[in-house]
Design a protein around this ligand. Structure first.
Ligand code: ZN
Length: 54
């Protein structure tokens, strides 16, 4: 049984604290994601509360 990962994902999405947004298609991806799960592009930017990357 490995439902813990799913719960973690749900919490992460619910709080909208840690995830990556694809610059190509705008899809949300887990922070651990390297490639976009929709378009498989690598142009992901981290969306982190209070963090602005220049
Ligand atoms: Zn994408």
């Amino acid at each position: 049984m490995s439902h813990i990962d799913l719960e973690d994902l749900e919490i992460a999405y619910r709080h909208r604290l840690h995830y990556k947004v694809c610059r190509d298609c705008g899809a949300k991806n887990p922070l651990k994601a390297i490639k976009c799960r929709r378009c498989r592009g690598k142009n992901l930017r981290a969306k982190k509360k209070g963090t602005i990357k220049k």
